[in-house]
Design a protein around this ligand. Structure first.
Ligand code: F6R
Length: 610
């Protein structure tokens, strides 16, 4: 995820403070970095693709970098590949405004067209550049009122740090749905997307709320509400140490990323639903005729991404009636698959670099299939080699065990399935509207589920020292059981297996004895009774059962030892809700066992070897 820093001081050079702040933000992941500062009453930009050392070397070659006001940014590409030109800051055509931006501007394409008509010249592929030009074309001689006017045109999420050539010594910032704080220092004042960036300079901060703006000078911070009215805010004192702050105050990246899910899910879903209710798959388009020719969809992936594919098979087949095969990429590549030019292949990968998944993609491509990938890392090999890419805008995932990438991948699979089903007239516009409204409601429902964390932590302490775990469920509950089981085993080192509940009696039930831990996923309403029967069977053999059920379903609690409840949603979206308590369960059990949660033994975040 991108990072922002800004500083305005009296006699202190800004650039070293900006670079130092950007270094503190490195842990968030980035592909390019840049700074803007004043030189000879003009705004100067230095930026480049690559690590911060590249930017530092570039700055060493420049003269006049000792100005006392500036803004800096680490970019994690969403719109446009990682490149020098796409890096932030972006500057308006006459050099009047420079801007750094975190978030996604959903209406950037419309604004771009409008600004082009006004004569603005665009250099980059980013959504951010529209903001620089919008500021320039909205300029009314007043820094704050110009920002207010421009911000009112933006849809989506943003945290902005802005310099204006006419107002040296000042920074204006504004935010909506993307974090931004202001640091009050002794030598000057700061803006940052993350406390980490400024913690060595100050612990006194203002937290900006949605829609609020601020004007910073070296001596003063003035905060305005959405209507431009000056407001008084309380300065808060940060008590975290620097190491904790890098994880945003969380103990591990994994729990931070679990907690980020409502936000990143909204970032991934909402820009793809247009105001007229249609689905916009980033320009990917299929005609009805093209889709009618598709004889089979293959989903290829590894690990958790494969588990997303298992959900995808159920959902895509249900909505589109196109047969779906889900394959482990490592198996697909060696089995001479019957893919042809009428096959559609969906590749799912967080890193976009997984060796087996990339090899499977190439295998499918040589057979003539159209390749659509769902990828988190912009410009990765899988993204580059696919015919079409859908990016999960989850931001960098640092914990080895995936959580937010899984959730955002799932949301794109849903959108894709609804899009195809509608194109094929398998579902009508009214049904699409109903489904999209449920999809849009998932982030809020996940926020509700995250409130279960303390309850799950208490439960986890009870289960932490068990040696084996079995996750059972049917249909989509089984698909989630696969992911829940992997989550637990990879970080806690407890032996765990997932079973389609109906399969238990074909062998595995012989392993159930007094005290065996079984998690029964009972959220697929149609099949709850069946799974409850399986719970009865394992209970009869002494199992200790934790169940997951939909609020209002009392039948499950009657059979299980303990039950966690989650809100209801449309059947096909249940996995998005079910997986969250399962991630928390794995996390808290691993924590109780004192495991190295973010870096489990023997595992790597990106598996680039076979
Ligand atoms: C498990 C996990 C892995 C990955 C798998 C594929 O928590 O993260 O199972 O899902 O290694 O990685 P990507 O998605 O990068 O292809």
């Amino acid at each position: 995820m991108c990072g922002i820093i800004g500083f305005t001081g009296d006699n202190v050079p800004a650039v070293p403070i900006l670079v130092d702040g950007l270094k503190k933000l490195e842990y968030r992941g980035y592909d390019s970095a840049g700074v803007a500062y004043f030189k000879d009453n003009k705004i100067e930009i230095t930026k480049s693709k690559g690590r911060l050392t590249v930017l530092e070397d570039l700055l060493k070659t420049k003269k006049g970098t000792d100005g006392t006001v500036g803004i800096g940014h680490t970019r994690w590409a969403t719109h446009g590949e990682p490149s020098d030109i796409n890096s932030h800051p972006h500057i308006s055509n006459s050099g009047l405004f420079a801007v750094v931006h975190n978030g996604i501007i959903e209406n950037y394409a419309t604004l771009k067209e409008e600004l082009k008509e006004k004569g603005c010249n665009f250099l980059s592929d980013t959504d951010t550049e529209v903001i620089a030009h919008l500021l320039e074309t909205s300029y009314d001689g007043d820094f704050i009122s110009t920002v207010k006017k421009a911000a009112s045109r933006l849809e989506g999420s943003y945290a902005l740090g802005i310099l204006c050539k006419e107002n040296p010594g000042q920074i204006v910032c504004v935010r909506r749905s993307s974090p931004l704080i202001i640091g009050v220092g002794t030598d000057g004042n700061y803006i940052a997307s993350d406390i980490t960036a400024i913690l060595t300079h100050t612990r006194k901060i203002y937290q900006l709320d949605d829609g609020e703006m601020a004007l910073l000078t070296p001596k003063k911070v003035t905060i305005f509400d959405e209507d431009g009215k000056e407001i008084a805010k309380k300065v808060e004192k940060v008590t975290w140490d620097v190491a904790a702050a890098e994880k945003g105050g969380y103990e591990h990246f994994m729990i931070k990323e679990i907690m980020e899910q409502p936000h990143v899910l909204a970032e991934t879903i909402s820009p793809r639903i247009a105001s007229d209710g249609s689905i916009n798959l980033d320009g990917i388009d299929f005609t009805k005729e093209q889709l009618k020719k598709v004889n089979r969809i293959y989903i290829l992936a590894c690990g958790s991404a494969y588990h997303v594919g298992v959900v995808g098979k159920y959902v895509i087949e249900k909505l589109t009636s196109i047969p779906v095969e889900i394959d482990l990429a490592s198996e697909f590549r060696y089995r001479n698959p019957l893919v042809d030019s009428n096959s559609m292949v969906i590749i799912i990968s967080q890193s976009g670099e997984t060796a087996d998944t990339l090899a499977a993609l190439r295998e499918a491509k040589t057979k003539g299939a159209r390749i659509i990938s769902i990828v988190n890392t912009v410009g990765s090999s899988i993204a580059r080699e696919s015919d079409d890419v859908l990016y999960t805008w989850a931001g960098p995932e640092i914990s080895v065990a995936t959580t937010k990438a899984y959730s955002t991948q799932l949301s794109l699979v849903y959108l894709f399935a609804i899009y195809v089903a509608n194109k094929l007239n398998k579902i009508g516009d009214a049904e699409v509207k109903k489904l999209l409204s449920e999809l849009n409601a998932l982030p809020d429902k996940i926020s509700e589920i995250l409130k279960l964390a303390p309850q799950i932590e208490t439960l986890a302490n009870r289960y932490a020292y068990l040696e084996h775990a079995y996750f059972i469920g049917r249909n989509l509950d089984y698909a989630v059981a696969l992911e829940a089981s992997l989550k637990l085993k990879e970080i806690s080192y407890i032996h765990s297996e997932a079973y389609a509940a109906g399969e238990l009696k074909h062998g595995t039930i012989s392993l159930i004895e007094k005290g065996t831990f079984v998690v029964g996923l009972c959220c697929c309403e149609r099949l709850v009774d069946k799974t409850v029967s399986n719970i009865r069977e394992v209970k009869a053999r002494g199992a200790e059962v934790l169940a997951l059920a939909v609020e209002g379903n009392d039948a499950v609690a009657k059979e299980a030892d303990r039950t966690l409840y989650i809100p209801s949603t449309h059947e096909i979206f249940m996995p998005s809700l079910e997986v969250v308590p399962m991630q928390l369960l794995g996390y808290y059990i691993a924590k109780a066992r004192n495991c190295d949660i973010d870096k489990p033994r023997n595992l790597a975040k990106s598996v680039t070897v076979e």
